[in-house]
Design a protein around this ligand. Structure first.
Ligand code: AMP
Ligand code: GLY
Length: 425
């Protein structure tokens, strides 16, 4: 079969790499893709929001299955468009992708169905938000309702900071319409865990757990980023936590979406906080995580195309997920110094050939492209996700950091403490 992957980051590289292992796949296209993806797929220069062109391309190439990696096209309704045209596509429809697209929606859903999450209020008027802050508890967390590339969450330590936050989100409109409504919620403490799952509208199958490192600098300092590195599984995600989440979070979320007339098919990514009172949902995403995918898919033993199809066909109940639990995985993100603010692009990358044919080591490209001379150069803030397996998390971490030295480009930057939390487990 011929498949089309929509997106062009490390997550899509990992999805393409995994799909390429399926005996059923004969050809992979990726729009727009990147230099790493182009080694396993044919990349086509079509943007992820160019629905008409994507649809035309899928028809012309007789694509059997399209897989959407990113949230923006999902929230924008790409699945509905493809389905209306009679094409098979993996991901939630617009009315279900709202689980990620609107934080007010997801918070109200959790409240209505008793799914554990931080206490909150929503506001559409800045005056009402400001007056609420007069008697609120601090720290408080302010979130833009809509999509903001993971940057629309402000943790405000004091009333003054929170007032500035309301100004930024609702009045200055830093994230445009995403800030038309805001959620103000209780600040939670604990360890964060990312749990990805396959969902077919009724049944949910949980993947191995992971932990991301969102801040730019060591010790969780600096600005929020798309994610500077991950490890999997999380030693803090115990069997007890898993049992709790299965009972009170995962299936209840799928059932709630169905009860609302918004059946969810695709990936639900649960961002959880393991608080002293038990696990609570920080956020939902309607797609794979980046860079969680880079540490989860290397240990998935199923044919991923079968899983995508089971979600579309509603037959996930007949499938069990299998992960290689004898190994652990760590991904260290190599970024361009200055990310997430300003950074250079177009810098040549060396050393990538070291990964070729090496078992247990992977380099997933996030922001790379081929320049006019066929050289691989940097093309984004996050450049490469250097990933390694190991018999233990510690070994995987050592391997990933060793491999991170094999690759070089000017201004290469990485956090040195990815997986440090493992030592406390
Ligand atoms: P989100 O995009 O909702 O996952 O938020 C981004 C990050 O902000 C999360 O990964 C957490 O580190 C932090 N965060 C979000 N909500 C809360 C909360 N209620 N309490 C503490 N930290 C939070
Ligand atoms: N790594 C966090 C995310 O994909 O949203």
């Amino acid at each position: 079969m011929k498949i089309l992957i929509i997106g062009g980051g490390g997550r899509e590289h990992a999805i393409a790499w995994k799909a390429a292992q399926s005996s059923r796949v004969e050809k992979i296209y990726c729009a727009p893709g990147n230099a790493g993806i182009s080694q396993i797929a044919e990349c086509v220069p079509i943007g992820v929001m160019e629905f008409d062109r994507l649809l035309e391309f899928a028809k012309e190439k007789e694509i059997d299955l399209t897989i959407v990696g990113m949230e923006d096209p999902l929230v924008g309704g790409i699945v509905d468009r493809f389905e209306e045209a009679g094409l098979r596509i993996f991901g939630p429809r617009k009315n279900a992708a709202i689980l990620e697209g609107s934080k007010a929606f997801s918070k109200n859903l959790m409240k209505k169905y008793g799914i554990p999450t931080a206490a909150y209020e929503t506001f559409t008027e800045p005056e009402a938000a400001l007056s609420y802050l007069e008697t609120a508890k601090f720290p408080i967390v302010l979130k833009a309702d809509g999509l903001a590339q993971g940057k629309g969450v402000l943790i405000c330590k004091t009333k003054e900071e929170a007032k500035e936050g309301v100004q930024t989100l609702m009045l200055d409109k830093k994230f445009a319409e995403a800030g038309n409504e805001i959620v103000a919620e209780e600040f939670l403490t604990g360890r964060e865990v990312s749990v990805l799952s396959f969902v077919d509208g009724n049944t949910i199958r949980i993947m191995t757990s992971a932990q991301d490192h969102k801040r730019a600098m060591d010790g969780d300092q600096g600005l929020n980023t798309g994610g500077m590195g991950t490890f999997s599984p999380s030693p803090f995600y115990t069997e007890e936590v898993d049992a709790f989440c299965k009972k009170y979070i995962y299936q209840p979320t799928v059932d709630a979406m169905k009860a609302e007339g918004r059946p969810f098919k695709g990936i639900i990514f649960f961002g959880l906080m393991l608080t002293p009172e038990g696990p609570k949902v920080l956020e939902y995403n309607a797609r794979f995580g980046d860079p969680e995918t880079q540490v989860v898919l290397p240990r998935l033993e199923n044919d991923i195309v079968d899983l995508f199809e089971a979600c579309i066909d509603g037959t996930l109940d007949q499938t069990e997920l299998k992960f290689d639990n004898s190994r652990a995985t760590v991904c260290v993100m190599l970024a361009s110094a200055g990310y997430p603010l300003e950074y250079k692009k177009g810098l040549p990358i060396t050393g990538l050939e070291r990964f070729e044919g090496l078992d247990g080591y992977y380099v997933f490209h996030s922001g790379t492209k081929l320049d006019g001379e066929g050289r691989i150069v940097t093309n984004g803030g996050r450049v490469l996700g250097v990933t390694a397996n190991g018999a233990t998390l510690k070994e995987a971490r050592e391997n990933a950091y060793r491999a991170a030295e094999w690759v070089n480009f000017e201004n290469k930057y990485m956090r040195r403490d990815i997986g440090k939390a493992i030592d406390e487990a």
